[in-house]
Design a protein around this ligand. Structure first.
Ligand code: SD4
Length: 323
């Protein structure tokens, strides 16, 4: 079946060139992890799991257990994974587990469910043999939390890279130079058989309300894969991605014939129409990969970039924005 002809069916694999893309500059290292799998003809599913595990393992990154905690001092993690046959799994508000993405994959492969949350997700992880980590905050996260506690102001803002923006200043980033304010990696890949997969893993939002879950573990919001059309991941203000099923929308725009960049732009414009004047205070960005191996992205605000790796290139790509 040709791409774009009909909804929902699983297409015949086409022989493609492997490619992986992922959000933000942490994507460069993550792509290398994915590439180790793709370059030896491994599956896109294995690649997107291995790739974001690199980021989850980095204690100095705002993804995984090194991340900023919620406002009660707990690091709670969300993750999702999806393959080329609409199999998907996710976890939300998971604590003290180093690799939420691998737990999400177990949910997909070993349970009849898609999403496990909180204590139940942790119980499942432990039953599956994942070690329960000690739950202490990393050095940087502890400092940032202590700093935040001084005012305890609840003004969550994610991902606005423009440090001059007042919204950004209201939510200081974890690094002392204040240049870093994101907590997520989203990755999509195509393997040598032409199959697509996607993954996202995140600590969500620093100093969020206890129990807050973002878009990343919501299939169709933070990430979506339709092997007939393309694969998409989102980053930024999760609430605004959830309310318009962002990644699913981008896939559907590609199904209508848009390029990955056009499709991401259309989705971002839709968020701006929904948010109206409040759009200036948020960042949302999408990355997309279509069945031909073409990639693209779009953001609301300046400063977003994604990392790409394929047989011929390995680099960051600056992304256009609406504002
Ligand atoms: C969330 N979308 O939990 C995530 C946050 C994010 O970089 O992308 N941070 O809303």
């Amino acid at each position: 079946m040709a791409p774009g002809s009909g909804a929902g069916a699983v297409s015949e694999p086409v022989t493609g060139q492997p490619v992986v893309i992922s959000t933000w500059d942490t994507g460069l290292a993550a792509n290398k992890g994915a590439w180790e799998v793709l370059s030896r003809s491994g599956s896109a599913l294995d690649a997107v799991e291995a790739g974001v595990k690199v980021t989850e393992s980095s204690i100095n990154c705002c993804v995984g257990l090194g991340a900023n905690p919620d406002r009660d001092g707990f690091v709670t993690l969300d993750a999702s994974i999806m393959d080329h046959q609409f199999n998907c799994g996710s976890v939300a508000a998971l604590e003290r587990i180093k690799h939420p993405i691998s737990v999400a994959r177990r949910v997909m492969e070993k349970t009849p469910h898609v999403l496990l949350v909180g204590a139940g997700a942790q119980q499942f992880a432990v039953a599956e043999g994942f070690p329960l980590e000690d739950g202490k905050l990393s050095g940087d996260a502890k400092k940032a939390y202590e700093q935040w506690l001084k005012k305890s102001e609840y003004k969550p803002v994610i991902n606005i890279e423009n440090t001059k923006s007042s919204a950004y200043m209201a939510a200081p980033a974890r690094l002392p130079n204040g240049e870093w304010n994101h907590d997520t990696i989203g990755m999509v890949a195509m393997d040598a058989s032409g199959n697509l997969s996607g993954s996202v893993t995140t600590s969500g939002m620093g100093f969020k309300m206890r129990g807050r879950v973002g878009d990343s573990p919501i299939i169709g919001a933070g990430m979506f894969v339709d092997n007939e059309v393309g694969a998409v991941a989102a980053t930024g203000q999760g609430e605004d991605v959830i309310r318009m099923c962002g990644s699913h929308a981008v896939v559907e725009y590609m199904r209508q014939g848009m390029t990955p960049e056009q499709a991401c732009k259309a989705a971002v414009e839709r968020i701006i129409r929904i948010k109206k004047e409040k759009a200036k205070d948020i960042q949302v960005a999408f990355i997309a990969l279509n069945k031909k191996g073409e990639t693209g992205a779009y953001a609301i605000q300046k400063g977003f970039s994604y990392a790409i790796k394929n047989n011929t290139e390995e680099r960051m790509v600056e992304v256009k924005s609406i504002l």
